[in-house]
Design a protein around this ligand. Structure first.
Ligand code: SF4
Length: 417
């Protein structure tokens, strides 16, 4: 057991309720979803079956998975893994089928990224690059805990936020180092054995790397042990490699097998197909909800269908009774058009969901007047938010009765019970 459950943040019933599965997996009281998925066999030959047949099989197995998940939540033991292909390998097969006509996100580019002759809006072929991975101590307290969130940063993005706070990663698809699924799995394996409370998949945007991440998770669900060469390659992007972390395999295991909660840290510009695959693999979700229903997603991020996509995916999380928390970044001059409608939608649709109403916006990427990249059309967001804008945002969240104070001001709770 780590110090995570002893932090005062769990005194907040909204946080406790929203993240109960996540904590149980983080503390290895329960197996992660990918371990459960590996126990559900499929009779299909995954290589020779058509894609339609694979989706039908996912639809058949998902209710069985959910029934098993609920039983395990209630204390039932984890059955033994399927000796042959399982729901886990089915998810991997489906994500590679999607890659060949890519519809991971609503751009729906339909390009064959496996062939790589034509690229879509994210500019990626089949390869994935990792910019950095490390024990992240800047995420929300329930994710960073005392040992850090095991964060893996992938390059490129499917949105074009002019103010991106990770512009070096999201706008430069060639940043970092190419990493195949075994190397990515080696990163996750090491971070967890070094004590991280979760594996935090992030970018840029992560859904554009769906095939590589699902493949890495499938490996981790099948007794994966990295080879020395894979560990050496993974180490190239380990930003905290010169810090000393004790490896404790027992702290990364449930019933002797590798275990860790998977955290999906995403802009949530994701298709229903991707969501269906992720549903059986992801233990906790950390979606952004940036823009209101007006034109801001287009004018600031060149992203159509933003509001309808993100609200649909958030509604799915609530309907599926998933563990999740929402992030909203307060932007200068966008309180009325973005912050208020976002908070009001959450209050009207999922009032108990923990929300981090974030104050850390700073002008970056194309919005920084001190940078060569600066574009005057973004003058309206070329400054930090005013104290008054932050105060209005938090006041509105309070008026709406949102569960936001603990996530937003979590430094108050960073002490043990
Ligand atoms: S991930 Fe999205 S942007 Fe990239 S090719 Fe696929 S559909 Fe297009």
């Amino acid at each position: 057991m780590s110090d995570l459950p002893r932090l005062r943040i769990w005194e907040d019933p909204a946080i406790r309720r929203a993240l109960s599965w996540y904590v149980a997996v983080a503390e290895n009281y329960r197996p992660a979803k990918f371990r459960i998925a590996a126990t559900l066999p499929t009779p299909l030959d995954l290589a020779s079956s058509g894609e339609d047949a694979l989706w039908v099989e996912l639809d058949r197995l998902t209710p069985l998975f959910l029934e098993r998940w609920q039983a395990i939540r209630a204390g039932a033991p984890l059955p033994t893994p399927a000796p042959g292909p399982s729901l886990l390998e089915l998810c991997r097969a489906l994500s590679y089928r999607m890659l060949a006509h890519c519809n991971f996100c609503p751009w729906d580019c339909r390009v064959d990224r496996a062939a790589g002759t034509k690229l879509g809006a994210c500019k990626l072929a089949a390869g994935s690059r990792v910019s950095a991975h490390f024990h992240h101590t800047g995420e929300e307290l329930f994710y960073r805990g005392t040992q850090g969130s095991g964060t893996i940063f992938f390059t490129s993005c499917n949105m074009r936020c002019a103010f991106c706070q990770n512009g070096d990663i999201s706008t430069d698809k060639d940043n970092g180092v190419e990493a195949n699924p075994r190397v990515i799995a080696a990163m996750a394996w090491t971070l967890r054995r070094e004590g991280c409370h979760n594996i935090n998949w992030v970018g840029g945007e992560v859904v554009i790397h769906l095939h590589a991440i699902v493949d890495a998770i499938a490996l981790l669900g099948r007794d994966f042990t990295p080879k020395p060469a894979e560990l050496a390659r993974a180490r190239q992007t380990k930003a905290d490699r010169f810090s000393a972390f004790d490896e404790r395999p027992a702290a990364a295991a449930y019933n002797g097998k590798f275990n860790v909660p998977m955290l999906w840290n995403s802009n949530f510009f994701v298709t229903p197909e991707s969501m269906k695959i992720l549903r059986v693999l992801i233990d906790a979700w950390l979606p952004d909800f940036k823009f209101g229903p007006g034109r801001c997603a287009m004018s600031l991020a060149k992203t159509p269908w933003y509001w309808e996509t993100v609200t649909r995916n958030l509604a799915l999380l609530a309907e599926w009774d998933e563990d999740f928390t929402i992030r909203h970044l307060v932007m200068p001059n966008h309180v009325d058009c973005c912050t208020f409608p976002v908070l009001e939608w959450i209050a009207g649709n999922m009032p108990a969901a923990p929300v981090n109403v974030m104050a850390q916006y700073h002008p970056d990427n194309f919005c920084d007047p001190a940078s060569d990249k600066y574009r005057p059309q973004y003058a309206g967001i070329a400054r930090p938010p005013l104290s008054a804008e932050l105060a209005q945002s938090w006041h509105r969240a309070r008026e709406l009765g949102l569960a936001f104070e603990t996530a937003t001001f979590d430094g108050r709770y960073a002490i043990s019970l």
